[in-house]
Design a protein around this ligand. Structure first.
Ligand code: SF4
Length: 406
């Protein structure tokens, strides 16, 4: 059975090309792997874009003799499907990256943490003996947060913990632990196979290589693309829909990236360009909006965060819930000017709060709504919105990419 979404390369086919050969035995040493990751400039594909070599070095340099590595395959982001694609269709590549990371940090054991049943099955078929343990995760947004991953693999609840310590300092069973996104590990395997110079043949100096982007929305069936960093978003959207005309906004980087205006189509797909625009490349998910009301879209996303948060921090219990409530009433034409003032205050106050990045995501969402759509927000106080009326707000968001088997 094939993956439910089409997967297409744009300018480059590495992850979407033929599965690369195994590196010649015995393969690179621990120091060489870290050197390659640094020289190739491999950055995290899970959201933050953090340099992989820095994480590898931190765990490898730990004084504690026991260390672990975990491939994080829990893709709770509703608009993303790329990790499930890799785990189902390229499990050998992810496992090779995990094995290289384990060697680089001197790990005693390696784990793959995954909720998708088909992905777990494919990994089980592809793994070599019992060198890698597969741990099933609950399918939940917060279950993929790195401290939740560590807790769940250790037999605890898949819920975020306060930081510090970060997992690389004290993770699984208190030992230094590298938690790395599935695509990031696949990218490490590619970098080792290609070598740093060839790896950098695509992308930009600060965002080298290619990444997997999930495109959805605007009435076009969702699809996955492998695209070099630096390509303008407009080119990717045009490849996806045949035209960028009619796109009135984009949820960039997934639900955590906020609402960007159509001008974002002109941005190059780099970490720096999206950060400067007040967004993020995040996990590479792009929900295109075409005439959708930004207030209704924000209300839908906030309802999702309100349902999915762990309800263990005041910032979510009060702030995320409050934001979701006001946005739902705004979409229904039932919010007051005072509600809107409170909404904007919550948006500012939630940044940096809580045990995980959910309040940050809500803060970015609200901030982007006021920055780019303040007049539209105001209009919702003055009267009901016909566009919102067509889409009742639901936490089972209309922006979820469906992976129903065909
Ligand atoms: S910030 Fe929110 S989602 Fe994150 S751990 Fe706290 S309550 Fe849960």
């Amino acid at each position: 059975m094939s993956f439910p979404l089409p997967a297409r390369p744009l300018r480059a086919a590495r992850l979407l090309g033929p599965d690369p050969e195994r590196p010649p035995s015995p393969g690179p040493s621990a120091a060489e792997i870290i050197e390659i990751a640094a020289a190739a400039g491999v950055r995290g594909r899970g959201g933050a874009g953090f340099p992989l070599a820095v994480k590898l070095r931190s765990v490898a340099a730990a004084a504690e003799p026991v260390r672990y590595v975990i491939a994080n395959g829990e893709e709770g982001e509703p608009a993303s499907a790329k990790d499930r694609f890799l785990l189902r269709e390229r499990p050998g590549l992810v496992l090779r990256g995990l094995t290289l990371a384990a060697r680089a940090v001197g790990a005693a054991r390696a784990y793959v943490y995954v909720s998708d049943a088909r992905a777990a099955h494919r990994l089980d078929e592809a793994r070599d003996g019992d060198t890698v343990e597969i741990v099933r995760a609950p399918a939940a947004y917060v279950a993929g947060e790195e401290t939740a991953v560590v807790r769940a693999v250790g037999g605890g609840p898949a819920l975020p913990a306060a930081k510090p310590p970060r997992p690389w300092q004290a993770g699984l069973r208190g030992a230094p632990t590298l938690v790395s996104n599935a695509e990031t590990l696949a990218q490490l395997a590619l970098a080792v196979r290609l070598g740093p110079d060839a790896y950098r043949a695509y992308g930009t100096p600060e965002s080298p290589g290619t990444f997997l982007a999930t495109l959805s929305g605007a009435g076009t069936p969702a699809a996955l693309y492998e695209v070099p960093y630096g390509v303008p978003l407009r080119e990717l959207v045009t490849a996806h829909r045949g035209t960028a005309d009619g796109v009135t906004g984009v949820l960039a980087g997934g639900f955590a990236g906020g609402l960007l205006p159509p001008a974002a189509l002109g941005l190059p797909l780099t970490h720096a360009a999206f950060a400067e625009a007040g967004g993020t490349l995040g996990c590479g998910a792009f929900v295109l909006l075409a005439g959708d009301c930004p207030v209704g879209a924000a209300a839908d996303v906030a309802a999702f965060f309100d349902r999915e948060n762990a309800r263990q921090c005041g910032s979510c219990v009060k702030g995320t819930a409050g934001v979701a409530d006001v946005l739902a009433r705004l979409a229904a034409g039932a919010a007051t000017p005072g509600d809107v003032e409170q909404l904007e205050r919550w948006g500012e106050a939630l940044a940096g709060r809580g045990d995980c990045a959910t309040p940050d995501a809500v803060s970015v969402l609200v901030g982007s709504l006021f920055r780019h759509h303040r007049d539209t927000v105001r209009a919702h106080v003055e009267g009901a919105c016909a566009r919102c009326a067509g889409f009742p707000v639901t936490a089972d968001t209309r922006f979820r990419v469906s992976l129903e088997e065909r």
